[in-house]
Structure formats: C-alpha cells, structure tokens
Write a protein that binds this ligand. Sequence first.
Ligand code: IPD
Ligand code: CA
Length: 266
Amino acid sequence: MQGSANLNIMIKAARKAGRSLVKDFREVENLQVGSKGPGDFVSKADMAAEEILRTELMDARPNYGWLGEESGETPGTDPTRRWIVDPLDGTTNFLHGLPHWAISIGLEHKGEIVAGVVFDAAKDEMFMAEKGSGAWLNDSQRLRVSGRTKMIESIFATGVPFAGSKYLPATLQDFARLMPVCAGVRRWGAASLDLAYVAAGRYDGYWERGLNAWDTAAGLIIAKEAGAMVEPIRDGQNVLEDGHVLVGAGGVFDQFAKIIRDRSDK
Ligand code: IPD
Ligand code: CA
C-alpha cells in the first residue's frame, strides 16, 4: 500500500511502541501493575508505550490535537485534526501473558476518521487503512470482509463487559439469541483487533456496547475500507462517540443486526 505521509508516521510510531511492548510482554511478570477498576488494569508498559506514541506523533505533527487512553485530551492549534490513541488495547490479555493485544492509532479530521493503524506486535500484523484507499495487512495484503451469507457458517465476536458494567445483562442475552444460529461467538479481549479481524474476513461480524473512541477509531476505518457495514446499535447513536458498535460483512449483516437489535436496550 502506498500510504500518505501521515499513515507512514502512524506506522513508524506503532512499530516503535510495539518494540517496547514486546520487550515488556516478555517480562510481564516483573511489571508493576496498578488498578483502575475491576478487570481494567494499567501497566507501566502501557504508559511507556503511550509516551513513545505521543512523542513520535506529536513531534511529527505538533499542531494536531491528542486523545490518548492514559493521558486524556490535549487540544491542538489545528482544531480540525486529532490523533486518537490506545497504546495497549487488550490490557488484560497482556497482563495475563496472552499474546492478543494491539496498538491502535486513529487520525480524525473534521470529526471523521481518515486513517487508522492497528498493530498486533506479538504476531507482527499491521492492519491499516486510509479513507478511499482500502484496507491492508502488512503493506501487501489487501483486506476484504468475508463473503459468507449463511449465519450458521458465520463467526461473530464481541467484548463481554467486566463485572459491574451496566452492559453485561444485555450482552448475555445477545449470546442466548445469537449462539444457537451461528457457527460461534468469540470474546478475545481487544476491540481494535476484533474490528481488524472483521476487515480481514476472519470474523463475519462484531458488536459491543460502551466502547471508547480510542478502542474503535482505527479499527472502524479499517473495517469500513475493507467493505464492512458499520452502524450504531440504535438509530441516532454516533458509533465513535457513544461506543455502541455493530459491524459485519454485507452477506450476513442484516440477519446479525436484527438479532442484536431485537432485544438491545442500548
Ligand atoms: C478493552 C478491550 C476489550 C473491550 C473493552 C475495552 P483495554 O480495552 O478492547 O476487548 O471489551 O471494552 O475497554 O482496556 O484492554 O484497553
Ligand atoms: Ca482499549
């Protein structure tokens, strides 16, 4: 893929932060871990990765705004452009030594995501997209959503909210309706990779409630550019701001969406 200067900046930043995270992942037992709520941990590795990303991205584009999971929001002198960054999506996996986590970098322009990079550093898979240029895996592999049309052959993914989340009951009810009519439901614990996997045709659809913009910004454009349908769970919601996400391949999307929406409160 022939990317723009901005996409190349994002890829370089993701690779640099990825090297730091891979090193820390090998020593995960020695990391000092702080808690910011049940099931949601912050590690030193996470903060170090965000610092690397912030330095790389803001040095290259000092006038852009910034929204990072760990450091929050910093407005830029250019109010139309903003980096939206999750330095370590899948933190719980990382802390448990499960190699399924990613760096997620989205670039927003005038309220719309125009470029995204999701880097699975443990597997060396760089998912990327720019508006109008398609979605790619590691430069040379064009991504397309699956061509499946039968629910019974399709695999879906979601995130199960952790204990105490108000979305847990609705998600459990979704499982009860969806599981009997499809080939399986996966819960792998990194929303950015769930979206990238829909783009790659590995999953046929994905839904989740209550996500943050840093979980979804990059993955949403990758999924869209690979041909996925991307909608809020309820009419009138904004996917990026409200975080209620329904994504899937066109051949099963309507059937899948109907099942999730039939009983969804949110
Ligand atoms: C979480 C993961 C998980 C999703 C949660 C997110 P984190 O992000 O993406 O898959 O279910 O809603 O908060 O905490 O690992 O960066
Ligand atoms: Ca996240």
